[in-house]
Design a binder for this molecule. Structure first.
Ligand code: HEC
Length: 157
């Protein structure tokens, strides 16, 4: 990734809010998928509330950006490159996949496929209309069925 991304820090009120979260939980990194961004994710997002609660809920890529802005405001610290990698990790593994509206690049990241395949999904959608089921997605040329199956819980139609 060439562009770095960093959260916009709006408020700094960590001390008071952190107290409400309570003690940090014991991390169980073994259940988390491997990949770029895992290490900075564990380091940065496991500090105040444990990494599990950070990913308790799937979010859209836009929502993840917003959450990272909020966590930076809460006091989470990382370098620009680490923020970019954390966001990439969350988008790749814990994002809701808006199959009928997302851009090709976003879909490619979420499905873990090259950009060309993300574009193929968009092209298929433009030509055939909205996807209604996971099976519809399997008609996209080049998109592997197991890739879709393994992300079934994340698909939003
Ligand atoms: C400095 C302490 C701190 C760090 C570090 C931190 N958080 Fe949080 N987090 C909080 C606090 C405080 C709350 C509860 C209040 C709130 O929602 O802001 C919270 C709540 C959350 C929530 C639930 C609320 C929501 O917005 O959905 C998520 C998800 C979350 N954090 C994700 C993350 C991620 C991802 C990271 C790593 C970039 C991270 N946190 C790092 C302090 C922190």
């Amino acid at each position: 990734m060439t562009n770095t991304w960093r959260p916009v820090v709006r408020v700094v009120a960590a001390a008071t809010v952190v107290a409400q979260v309570g003690a940090a939980q014991t991390p169980t990194p073994s259940v988390l998928p491997e990949g770029t961004g895992k290490a900075p994710f564990l380091r940065t997002c496991g500090g105040c509330h444990g990494p599990e609660s950070a990913i308790a809920q799937l979010k859209t890529p836009d929502e993840w950006r917003k959450t990272l802005d909020e966590m930076a405001a809460n006091g989470a610290e990382a370098t620009d490159d680490e923020w970019t990698d954390i966001l990439g990790y969350l988008d790749a593994h814990f994002s809701l996949i808006l199959v009928n509206t997302a851009a090709g690049k976003v879909l490619a990241k979420a499905f873990g496929v090259p950009d060309a395949e993300g574009d193929a999904i968009v092209r298929y959608r433009d030509e055939h209309g909205r996807f209604a089921t996971a099976d519809d997605l399997k008609n996209v040329p080049g998109l592997d069925a197991t890739t879709i199956e393994s992300r079934k819980d994340r698909l939003v139609f």
